[in-house]
Design a binder for this molecule. Structure first.
Ligand code: SAM
Ligand code: DTB
Ligand code: SF4
Length: 344
């Protein structure tokens, strides 16, 4: 498919996008700008104070990712290695077998991960794939791990089935501000994204939603994105903040790098605007210095992806993370109590 070719209609999911008004209020943006522009030390002190009111500041939640269906995606996300619009040389694969996914989750658990996140390069799941995906959720839950999936747009029926199977989190990122979104993706709208988040929340699944820095957006877009997330009917339970991993063959392969201190400011603002959410330092850690990561934790990030790979790109890896945790005196967060009992 060609870039810019808008898929007609909200076909499989989100049939009625009926939003009015901007995703982020002008008042919310004005207040967030004031916080963002505080002197760095004041901003970090405020973020750390908020963080300590709700979390153990020395505990980091550890999630592990697996691409259960890689490449060949019909969406035209300009950052993504898996879009069929981008010539990245990635080989597309079919949906994995359930047992393989459960076996890999068991291995990740043995290595200390408590949440298993499964990603598929879909615009939305096909009905014929739902039984497989639901079996994956049941199988991983039975191991006593938290589960997360990211499969694209969902119908209420699909979200309900995932909830019944025991899915804990659904990841669906807004990625950037509403204004900048059409510069990044043209095959769906911001309203589509928000509709799926409503659908997931209504099904009783915890919402995981965040974005990417380094898409060529301005500071105003980063702030508007966080305000849009904070002003959802309830803030996301988990907020992944990704640093773009530039992929050869995507339109953003040569995008300018984000100033690490600006990245830290965004993490701090996320913590202040969403005090009780898990803020995840997500993609891009492999390219980040230990010092930048330490500042992100100080700013209130308290979740990471562990392991050598993300979906299609590399991650920091176990040895480097173990050394970082040692140097900073960090501990992996324990499982929620109900799941810890299953895990025993
Ligand atoms: N297809 C589903 C969707 O887009 O909702 C799920 C998978 S998609 C790969 C999940 C998220 O990964 C995207 O929303 C985006 O935020 C993030 N992501 C993808 N490629 C990335 C990259 N090169 N660098 C940083 N984050 C990326
Ligand atoms: C999220 O916000 N980041 C993860 C997860 N949700 C699915 C994905 C990162 C992908 C990085 C690029 C890749 O490995 O393909
Ligand atoms: Fe497809 Fe998701 Fe990649 Fe977009 S981010 S191209 S929807 S896999």
């Amino acid at each position: 498919m060609r870039r810019g070719e808008l898929i007609d209609g909200r076909d499989s999911a989100n049939a009625t996008a009926t939003r009015s008004g901007p995703a982020a209020s002008a008042e919310g943006i004005a207040a967030a700008e004031k916080i963002y522009e505080m002197p760095f030390a004041d901003l970090l002190f405020r973020a750390q104070t908020v963080h300590r009111a709700h979390f153990d500041a020395n505990e980091i939640q550890t999630s592990r990712l697996l691409s259960i269906k890689t490449g060949g995606c019909p969406e035209d996300c300009s950052y993504c290695s898996q879009s069929a619009c981008n010539e990245t040389g990635l080989t597309a694969s079919k949906l994995m077998e359930v047992q393989r996914v459960v076996d890999e989750a068991a291995r990740a658990k043995a290595e200390g991960a408590t949440r298993w996140c499964m990603g598929a390069a879909w615009r939305s799941p096909k009905e014929r794939d739902m039984p497989t995906v639901l079996a994956m959720v049941r199988g991983v839950k039975a191991l006593g791990m938290e589960t997360c999936m990211t499969l694209g747009m969902l119908t209420p029926g699909q979200a309900g089935a995932l909830a019944d199977a025991g899915l804990d989190y659904y990841n669906h990122n807004v990625d950037t501000s509403e204004d900048f979104y059409p510069e990044v993706v043209t095959t769906r709208t911001y309203a589509d994204r928000l509709d799926t988040l409503d659908t997931v929340r209504a099904a009783g699944i915890k919402v995981c939603s965040g974005g990417i820095l380094g898409l060529g957006e301005g500071v105003d877009d980063r702030i508007a994105m966080l305000v849009a997330l904070a002003e959802l009917p309830s803030p996301p339970d988990s907020v992944p903040i990704n640093m773009l991993v530039p992929v050869e063959g995507t339109p953003l392969a040569q995008a300018p790098k984000v100033d690490p201190l600006d990245f830290v400011r965004v993490v701090a603002l996320a913590r202040i605007l969403m005090p009780t959410s898990w803020v995840r330092l997500s993609a891009g850690r492999a390219e980040m210095s230990d010092e930048t990561q330490a500042l992100c934790f100080l700013a209130g990030a308290n979740s990471i992806f562990v392991g050598d790979t993300l979906l299609t790109t590399g991650n920091a890896g176990e040895d480097r993370d173990a050394a970082l945790f040692r140097r900073l005196g960090l501990r992996p967060a324990r499982l929620p109590e109900a799941l810890a009992e299953v895990a025993e």
